[in-house]
Design a protein around this ligand. Structure first.
Ligand code: SAH
Length: 347
């Protein structure tokens, strides 16, 4: 696939390595030049002039036919704990968000898969305004390269948990994973990548076959259909039992532990009864529950559960044999919640 962008240039980051090699030969260059170019693209070079091993002629040629970057930084917020939130612009003027986080095990990037989102979850800022468009694989990959370049640090883990529903942009998601996994480039291990979905059954099963080493996270947020359908429109299309069946299928095929994300919303899904129901729902699965303190989104009017109540909720799960953690809040001093930078930008 060769994407020619608005400026009439080939978007080099949208190509997998085999595609870049084919393209190099098509424009009459030696195949091994593709190897050098791919390496440089993912080391963070932004213009062909930085590729000093190329002749002046090849550099000018690349300059006129290709685009090395797919995103550009519009804004950045840096937290005391090292978390950085970025607002990136893509070529047609849309804005997307990404986050750089420091964990004990290494640096993690949270990236967006779409500009906007059409899933319309009740608590999420990303869906306000609906879906603008799918991001290309290169626009996803370049969020990581741009953050490595800005921080001067290596990113070893990726979570596809930013704006958008990755399984609603499935083909580009697979290409993105292939690109960032390539050992000539970012070389990120499949096991260090997590894709988070609101639960698109067909894709959960397909993904088990396509990318069996990549981790799956399911945004669950409710222990039954009635409540889940109130806060997540996607749940209207199937029964909770079918979602869990898809997760079990994924687990059997991949032997990977599924993460269930559960954002605690005050008075909505955080009672003892909800915790008990959730525990019985997940009993026997190879899984882990990640309780998320809800980020307050003004437009949505839902509040997060207080810390001590979240701990109580976690204890109920734990006492019933469900592995549970409460997500550490990073970057709380850079107030913008998920999707907020982008909304502010739209004014
Ligand atoms: N569409 C995918 C990935 C993007 S959302 C999905 O649904 O999983 C990434 C995670 O952030 C999801 O678990 C989502 O439910 C959660 N999230 C959305 N809005 C939030 C908020 N206001 N506070 C905390 N978590 C939120």
């Amino acid at each position: 696939m060769k994407l020619v962008n608005e400026s009439g240039k080939v978007s080099l980051k949208d190509m997998t390595f085999p595609e870049l090699r084919e393209w190099m030969t098509e424009i009459g260059e030696k195949r091994f030049r593709a190897d050098q170019l791919f390496r440089r693209l993912y080391q963070g070079a932004v213009t062909p002039q930085e590729i000093t091993e190329f002749s002046g002629a090849l550099r000018s040629r690349l300059e006129s036919v290709g685009d090395m970057t797919a995103v550009s930084m519009l804004r950045k917020q840096v937290s005391k704990d090292g978390t950085r939130k970025y607002l990136f612009g893509v070529r047609d003027g849309l804005a997307i968000e990404s986050v750089f986080m420091k964990y004990k095990y290494g640096n993690t990037a949270c990236i967006s898969s779409q500009a906007g989102c059409r899933m319309g979850c009740a608590f999420c800022a990303s869906g306000i305004g609906g879906l603008e468009r799918n991001l290309t694989a290169g626009e996803m990959a370049d969020q990581i390269v741009a953050m490595e370049r800005d921080t001067g640090e290596r990113i070893g883990h990726i979570v596809v948990m930013g704006t958008g529903e990755p399984f609603d942009n499935y083909d580009q998601l697979l290409r993105f994973i292939e690109i960032v996994h390539d050992e000539r480039g970012l070389n990120i291990g499949m096991r260090n990548i997590t894709v988070s979905t609101c639960g698109i059954l067909k894709r959960i099963k397909q993904f088990a076959g396509d990318m069996p080493s990549v981790n799956l996270a399911i945004s669950l947020h409710a222990p039954d259909d009635e409540l889940r359908r109130k806060i997540m429109p996607v749940a209207k299309g199937y029964e909770m039992s079918e979602l869990l069946e898809a997760c079990r299928y994924h687990e059997e095929k991949t032997h990977r532990r599924t993460t269930f994300e559960y954002a605690l919303m005050k008075g909505v899904n955080d009672s003892d009864e909800h915790a008990v129901k959730l525990a019985s729902l997940l009993k026997g699965m190879l899984c882990h529950v990640n309780l998320i303190p809800l980020n307050y989104v003004e437009e949505k009017g839902l509040r997060g559960t207080e810390r001590k109540n979240a701990e109580h909720f976690a204890e109920i799960l734990d006492s019933r044999g469900i592995e549970v953690t409460i997500r550490r809040e990073l970057g709380s001093d850079i107030s913008a919640a998920c999707g907020q930078l982008r909304l502010e930008n739209r004014g």
